[in-house]
Design a protein around this ligand. Structure first.
Ligand code: SF4
Length: 253
């Protein structure tokens, strides 16, 4: 793609946002939660884990541990067992307990409302803080950069970076702040269901007219066809299975 002027980029981002709003008028975080505290715990658990798996775990977890005090006084082994299906359960349990102790000591069990305070909590980086501040409190603190956001933003030509903080910085420069919360949720869902890593569905994508990578679906299909071709050729070149021993039939003259 030829280098895009600032004005052209601004107009393209505006068009992207209109298309995203039309495609996903009311996007929601897919982690089940009630309030910022549950969203914080669910987001910590979602590292390297699907939202569906986290939701299965939090159904009973939030009944057993309703608030920061309950997590802070949990028996570590019991908590680890409860969150085990989400993976990395030892470090997640440690982070959750330390985080909840800090919430009790510093914020009377409440989740704080600034990026600075959030990122001082155990297990909380900018990504988690942006999820909780944005979807939990409605505070546009930044843009959530997970693997979906990073991939889609690069495909859309909104960043060339791979480091999440640099990607976030690029996005914050071109996306208006009043759109940050919507943009974070909608783009992540877009990456999860449309602009998928291996099978981008460009033909069904609402952002297609504004995307410099809108040929990726056919490229990916060609790549799969090319991979499949040698397999098919090998199969065709295999000698035919040997016929059984020849048994002459009755001689007819
Ligand atoms: S057109 Fe294709 S590459 Fe571009 S955002 Fe849509 S699915 Fe992704």
């Amino acid at each position: 793609m030829a280098r895009e002027s600032k004005e052209a980029r601004r107009l393209r981002v505006a068009a992207l946002l209109r298309a995203l709003h039309a495609a996903r008028p009311d996007p929601r975080v897919e982690l089940d939660h009630q309030g910022p505290f549950q969203l914080l715990i669910a987001t910590i658990l979602s590292a390297q884990c699907t939202d569906a798996r986290v939701n299965e775990v939090t159904k009973s977890l939030f009944a057993a541990y309703p608030d920061a005090a309950a997590f802070a006084r949990a028996r570590r082994a019991t908590l680890e067992a409860a969150i085990r299906p989400t993976g990395f359960f030892r470090s997640k349990a440690k982070s959750i307990m330390e985080c909840c102790r800090a919430l009790l000591e510093r914020y009377r069990g409440e989740v704080p409302r600034t990026m600075e305070e959030m990122t001082r909590l155990a297990g909380v980086g900018r990504k988690t803080a942006n999820v909780v501040l944005g979807a939990g409190y409605g505070i546009p603190s930044g843009i959530v950069v997970d693997t979906h956001m990073a991939r889609v933003a690069r495909r859309l030509g909104l960043t060339g970076q791979t480091d999440p903080e640099k990607i976030e910085r690029d996005l914050m420069q071109v996306v208006p702040q009043e759109e940050w919360i919507f943009f974070s949720i909608a783009m992540i869902l877009h990456g999860r269901y449309v602009c998928q890593a291996r099978r981008p569905r460009c033909g069904a994508c609402a952002l297609n007219p504004h995307c410099p990578s809108n040929h990726l679906e056919s490229l990916a299909a060609e790549g799969r066809a090319l991979k499949a071709a040698p397999r098919a050729a090998r199969k065709a070149a295999r000698p035919a299975p040997r016929a059984g021993p020849h048994r002459p039939g009755p001689h007819r003259s």
